[in-house]
Design a protein. Structure first.
Length: 178
């Protein structure tokens, strides 16, 4: 057997040390490449429905209806009326599709199908005697939420979902082409 010289042992130990260092850093390098990789392409994401409010006023009554502007998604809708001062409002619905729920919201009972409009909710504004009829606002806020299904397959409304960073993307647009 041939003896290794002084430099042979040193070269062998250096090669072993480099090999062990490479083996220990391989996992870290792999994590780097899996964490910091970008990809191209796009996919349109639609988070629920979009709705439009329709309001008409006649004889101190607001006639409110909500249109589901989505061509694809059914939704649940609700409205809330804000008013100030000594005003009083009276709600009415001739078709019995609206009901008063929690926190002052009025909910539309059936699911609102895509591209359809709710029946009307009338809000009669009673102005006290001597009150300036031109010095107040009655503001209507409407909200919608997509139809979701519970564990047994029943449709439910999840009013707690917030789409705060939702940005609508048009067909053909992607993350790389805003």
């Amino acid at each position: 057997m041939k003896k290794m010289g002084k430099y042979g042992k040193l070269a062998g130990m250096t090669a072993a040390a480099l090999g062990m260092t490479a083996a220990l850093t391989l996992e870290g390098a792999s994590a780097y490449f899996t964490t910091y990789v970008s990809a191209g392409g796009s996919q349109v994401v639609r988070l629920g429905s979009s709705t439009e409010i329709h309001e008409d006023v006649s004889q101190m009554t607001k006639h409110i209806s909500i249109e589901n502007a989505s061509a694809e998604n059914d939704c649940f809708v609700r409205v809330k009326v804000f008013y100030g001062g000594d005003l009083e409002v009276v709600y009415s619905d001739t078709e019995n599709n609206w009901y008063e729920g929690e926190a002052g919201y009025w909910y539309y009972r059936p699911i609102l199908p895509a591209a359809q409009t709710t029946t009307g909710l009338d809000v009669k504004i009673n102005v006290p005697e001597g009150y300036d009829r031109d010095s107040f606002n009655v503001v209507v806020i409407q909200e919608c939420t997509p139809v979701v299904f519970d564990g047994t397959g029943n449709p439910t409304a999840d009013w707690s979902t917030v789409y705060s960073e939702y940005e609508e993307v048009s067909e053909g647009e992607g993350a790389d082409n805003p």
